[in-house]
Design a protein around this ligand. Structure first.
Ligand code: ADP
Ligand code: UDP
Length: 240
């Protein structure tokens, strides 16, 4: 399968059509942004790591019953995926307080929750991705109650699978963002990416940050952190 025309260039990926109208190619870039695009930079080799990590995690999730858009890894940076109509929500699951949650509620980063939380942001750059509740999602027609139910069920299931996997790598899954989409027949599947750009991942012992917070907060060692987390994933993931 080859790229035909570029449909979209986002902050971290480009999206291309293919000969098959139901399939797209996503191509991962090294570009990094934070704070709704205000901070820009590049993380050398990030596109390769995010592509390979996202694909490995999606293959693992598929095996455990979560439907995803993943079809085939084509190269270091390119992956064939099922074309979906993206539900314009950022679905955020948290196990430990951090980032905007800590800021909003005045809670120390690192507070471990008894049970995971979920929240939604309306995926709309012009509005700065505002928080949105389920009634508002239905009111403005972003998803219906059945779709929201399915998305929540999958998101919490992804959390349980990923928490266990990352723990086996000596890593705490602090929080992460998922996007879901609809296939032509309306089926909801997990889409976009799961990577150190979209997850907070802390070393279980040292609590060292092994994710995009190193870039957001100018902590240094950004590339090393991406390589370290990829190395741990490769050592522990079972592709059998
Ligand atoms: P952003 O749009 O936030 O800058 P990216 O640079 O990651 O993000 O761009 C990738 C775009 O492709 C995102 O808008 C994402 O919602 C969309 N996308 C991800 N997976 C699929 C898919 N399977 N089908 C259609 N669009 C997708
Ligand atoms: N996240 C993301 N894209 C976004 C916003 C958040 O991937 O546009 C991820 C982020 O990496 C973190 C989780 O979602 O793992 C929760 O982010 P938070 O709401 O704390 O926002 P931030 O502190 O990144 O502004």
């Amino acid at each position: 399968m080859t790229k035909k025309e570029q449909l979209y260039e986002g902050k971290a990926k480009k999206v291309f059509t293919t000969e098959d109208p139901s399939l797209l190619i996503v191509s991962y870039k090294d570009d990094a942004t934070a704070f709704n695009g205000l901070k820009k930079g590049t993380i050398a080799g990030k596109g390769i790591i995010n592509n390979r990590m996202s694909n490995a995690l999606m293959r693992m999730l598929e095996k455990k019953g979560i439907p995803t858009h993943y079809v085939e890894e084509l190269s270091d940076r390119d992956t064939l995926v099922k074309k979906v109509s993206i539900v314009p929500l950022e679905v955020i699951i948290r196990n430990i307080a951090a980032g905007s949650f800590s800021k909003r509620y005045g809670v120390d980063e690192g507070l471990v929750f008894d049970s995971p939380t979920i929240e939604f942001s309306y995926k709309n750059d012009a509005l700065g991705d505002p928080l949105i509740n389920e009634y508002h999602i239905v009111a403005i027609g972003l998803a219906d109650p059945t779709e929201i139910y399915t998305i929540k069920r999958y998101a919490f299931a992804v959390n349980e699978i990923m928490k266990e996997f990352w723990a086996s790598c000596g890593v705490m899954l602090v929080d992460f963002k998922l996007e879901f989409g609809k296939l032509a027949d309306g089926t909801i599947v997990l889409a976009d990416e799961i990577s150190p750009d979209t997850c907070r991942l802390w070393d279980s012992v040292t609590k060292e940050k092994l994710d995009k917070d190193r870039f957001r907060r100018d902590l240094g060692g950004v590339e090393d952190a991406y390589h370290e987390i990829m190395k741990r994933l490769e050592e522990h993931i079972s592709e059998a």
